[in-house]
Ligand binder design. Sequence first.
Ligand SMILES: *Cc1c(COP(=O)(O)O)cnc(C)c1O
Length: 708
Amino acid sequence: MTAHLKQKSAPQRSKGIDQFRMIAAVMVIAIHTFPFASIHGVLDQIITLTLFRVAVPFFFMVTGYYVVGPYAEKKNYPKSWKINRAIIETLKLYLLSCLLYLPLSFYTGALSFSMPFVKLVKVFVFDGPMYHLWYFPAVILGLLIVKFLLKRVSLPIALVITSILYLLALGGDSYYSFVEQVPALKTLYRVFFHLFDYTRNGLLFSPLFLCLGALVYHQRKQAPFLTTTKLWISLVLLGIEGFLLHQYTVLRHDSMFIVLPLASYYLFIWALNWQPRKEVKQAQSYSLGLYLLHPLSIAFLYYFSKSVGLLQNSLVHFFLTVLLTIGGTWIALNLLKVRGRTVKRKSLHRARKQLDQSALQKNYQTMQQLLPKQTKLMAVVKANAYGHGAVAVSRILEQEGVDFFAVATLAEAIELRKNGLQGELLILGYTDLELVSQLKQYDLIQSVFSKEYATLLNRKKVLIRCHLKIDTGMHRLGFSPTIQAVQSVYGMNYLSCEGIYSHLGSADKLESEAKKRTEKQINTFDQLLTELAERGINYGVTHLQSSYGVVHYPKLSYDYARVGIFLYGALSQPDSTLKKQLQLSPVLSIHAVLVSVKMISSGEYIGYGTAFSAKREMKIGTVAIGYADGVSRELSNTGYALRYKDFDLPQVGRICMDMLLVDLSEVPEIAIGAEIEVAEGSEQLAVKSKTITNEVLSRLGTRLEYDN
Ligand SMILES: *Cc1c(COP(=O)(O)O)cnc(C)c1O
């Protein structure tokens, strides 16, 4: 495939950035503890108060990269929800932190009851009620400013404007001693200082770094060129600048330098490409914990510093602060986890489906490893993720690095967006024309499968992101696989064609007839791609295989493969060879309560109808799950058995809407309230009810309790 024609896809989370967050957080702690004070003050001036100043810009750039980047790149698309959500999340965190530090802020005098309202606004909007909390309002204000700018001007111009803001900030920070000598400027800064104590805030300081993060996002496909060298040079220059300023001038504040944006920029690119050999798990939580909690450690240690001599050594003090904060974070995280777990682990009341997160993660890894390096997995989470709970499933997969999801309907897509899914979302099915504005509102990608549909969509005059669906031989949905059929769509003003795909009709079988059909479909698809490329048409990302397509045709290297059923650890139909080969684990287990046990005499009919009568005295149990919950009536009297401990419990009589009956004659000790396993995997249910696991799983009823 012609690489240069491909559209950029969303970036995967960078491990380097995640790990570097922690280092940056430790730098912030250093800034607040002066680790080198006992050795030589100049070391702190150069290292702590100059070089480590890259830490906070780094954090701003992370937000800029992930949140502002997509917005700046596709201004036409409503990526602003990412920004809006970042603002809301930051605000929540800010309010929580303010609450946490409320006693300390009163103690230090940053807040007081007699404070005038204007001063209060100044504290909360610019300075923060504790010395490190200015960061949160700076993110919020910065994002608002950058969003405002990028709505009106391009990223380069926004960079120029935010650079000017940064220069203004610089003038009120480490360069104030120069500025002060110009009377007009001095007056201007007097106004500034009336509004905020420091120019290091969301108005002047953070916007530039948010834009720089977006710039790196924009350049992310470029190969890094001498990054390490450039980083070293900029750090040396930064060190020199800081040293000179500290030596020869009086700094009003020392958080900004002329070289700082440059050094932060190269540092960020370096971190983005950094492949840490060892990874700390939960790096993001730990960096947040370090940043948020370290002033508590400092206050705590301050209390002892007079009596414990060792604490007066600045390096010891610094390391203890770091260790104490890591410990505090660990405790906080575990407390949260334990609480989360006890709240989450639901007890079984009637009938429940339960999600196994690690099985899902494992299946994802298995499938991703089958794919060639350049092919990513698009998670198919339609029909409530095949009954597994689409929100929970996509959340887990997004954390694993999946950046593209597919659903069948608009409503399914909106549910995921409302629950915070960030990745790209493709709607495989039809969306009613009256609803197209919601495609834009929720930043969704619509499948377009015919010229008629394309024309109608285009007439709506709402810019729609789409993937073209090609019918290469399945004859369900799709354009004919010819240039003539699709060409005009690429010229439509309101359709942004970002991808092209097709679907295989017989990839699950390897008999010669099926193989022939599949190969013909593959060739047809490739042929069309070649012709489009020859005409210079940018068709965007490509995808063809679903689960069986990946396993049976693993060499195909399109941009994505749409995987559904195998993620959930089920084969569509039993296949012992394939099962052994793939080693997938079932993700869902279903349990129901035994609600009644009784003895039945020989000759009695059981349940509705006369299909089943007892041939001998039997112990019959009633289990609280029925076909309305997804246990198909087709399974009645087929030899389908439920499980309890090591016992098979054959199902008997007709399955009812809300209950089913089992034979307990062989089980010596069982009482009502027992948890019965309805199915270990979905294959048995599928075979016995003459369908595929896909149907069994997707029909699991909404009445089931759910534990994820
Ligand atoms: C459902 C679906 C998939 C996923 O198929 P699995 O066999 O579950 O992996 C892929 N592509 C399209 C178009 C689908 O409708």
